[in-house]
Design a protein around this ligand. Sequence first.
Ligand code: CDP
Ligand code: MG
Length: 682
Amino acid sequence: MSTLQFWKPGTSGPGSSLDRATETEENVVPSAPSSGAISIQSARERLPIFKHREKLLYCMEKYGVVILVGQTGSGKTTQLPQYLYEAGWAADGNIIACTQPRRVSATSVANRVATEVGTILGEEVGYTIRFEDVSDKQKTRILYLTDGMLFRETLVDPLLSRYSVIMIDEAHERSIYTDLILGLLKKIRRKRPSLRIIVSSATLDATGFRDYFCAGNSPDEATIVSLEGRMYPVEVAYLQEPTADYVRKAAETVWSIHMQQSAGDILVFLTGREEIERCLQELSEYLPTLPRNAPRLKVLALHAGLTTDEQLAVFEPADRGTRKVIISTNIAEASVTIEGIKFVVDSGFVKIRTYNPTSALSSLATVPVSLASATQRAGRAGRTSAGICYRLYPESALRSMPATTPPEITRTDLTTPILQLKSLGVDDLMKFEWVTGPPAEAVLRALENLVAAGMVGEDGRLTVVGEKVAECPVEVNIARMLFASKEYKCGEEMLTIAAMTAVQDVFVIPDGAAGALAELERRKFTAEEGDHLTLLNAYNAFARYGRAASWCKAHALSFRAMSRAVSIRAQLKKYMQRFGLPLESCQGDARRLRECLVSGYWRNGARWVADGTYRSVRGNVTLHVHPNSVLFTRKPRSGWVVFHEMEETKKTQIRILTEIEPDWLLKYGHSFRDKHTGVAVS
Ligand code: CDP
Ligand code: MG
């Protein structure tokens, strides 16, 4: 039946196929539905963290910082904030905050906790993510928020005075804002010792965090609490040969598990939405061959682009007689727990943001996971019973994997974070107590960018514009375009473009025949100048035709993305009004708009070359146009473009392009270039 070539160390030799292939159909029983009947309270008491409740509450009184280590699913995220709430830490109007590195975990966990507390989401329990605030100024006592939002809050409330306890969750991921907020919290604790901090991590690197908080403080500043978690054994199977297409292999593996293995749900790790959708597509081709008496298969996706309801669907137990398959990004590695997983299929890859300070290009790159991640992913199969993890790579690949993923602060563009730090009064970056210091070159580049953009003066201090931009909830480049729109008289359009580039997957273009039709629909919005204007056209049409879901469906647009753009636009509009930026329209003058785009994207210029690819202005990197771009098959008349973002998979792709005149780049880039040639800038 299956041609999969897996080899499980310790169970069977190389060359065997999946070794439970001998199981008869009777053995292939559907997964039993879980928990339905047990009360929420008893489910809470069965979590590993429950036994540690008193000890945790005691440590919270005694220590300033509690470092909490426990496996995924032990109850750290959902339970500890509730224990603190029950113990009175949210009395007198105080709030208990819990940060998440990702939007999707903040919303899903807040939802769960609201149910457990028995409140409507947005009242006692709420969440705040960028452009979306489901919390109540008076009522909310437990607040889940992204680490970026908490960091931003320090700009208006430097001592974070509304919080009694701040839990920095998923600290092992070492997202850039986790690192920055830890640095600030260490400072804040010296000024406001009543604030309590919890640093929670799914891996065992706790001593590093303790040493960090104790350095320069009393040794009693921080303590570690470990939750022992029960884990069932997980067998690991490897591919014999590397695969050229792990997405297809993942679908094939899911299918063989379904046909050959007994009950238990499957969790698949891929790197992003596009891969997940392709895998869903591949699996749907197998479905018609499912024998009539075989258990059903329910396939669900889990990634950041989903609505809250769609995300919550993955937590629902499947019906009797149905096996659940969840195809997820890295989010299911540690941030969310899904019950009933017995099989893990691991692509061995993850998408991370990387930054090359030399070319100053930032991109999303698909890279092999670290050993720590691979172990963590496999562990997802052993939470409720023994399980199996199928790794879609040969065992020999382990030798070249890094032990851990380097902290994001060492591999990201620091322009926006440094602007924000300066706005907080952290002018001397050398004196800041970093958990891990960023590379000097990346800091220098960021400072140069900020100087070139007029946000930091030659004295190293923020300029008036810099102060304002730091407050805007968008990246520096987008904020700069909003400010430049005053000069180009196109604030109205720039606002829309800023909102549309902040949402993902605006156009819904399926594969196959339906895709061709959708493509025709999209052409109705196409502007020959490029993607930014195409997005603008789509938004304007959406607004003109009543913002209806049915209209979106008929025009190959995602209603969800469009609605989000409307809400983001409304919020950014308030910032523009506050900063006195006029909302003028360019009245169809695309040239003004394109020039204004260059004010923000001047670092992202590229030149067309004869083979249809581009070369980056800085670094001369070969760039391929993303197939979704309206410039995918067409040479821009001037031969030059700016682009919104870059993504590295097998090749480096650029997304959201607009044609420009090359001399516009000089206008914005010159001070930067001068700095590099050593010529003084006026
Ligand atoms: O944070 P940690 O990984 O330690 O665990 P958690 O997220 O607090 O999850 C504890 C338990 O809550 C899990 O075992 C799940 O059973 C349940 N949970 C859920 O059912 N739905 C969610 N959205 C989140 C958690
Ligand atoms: Mg958690």
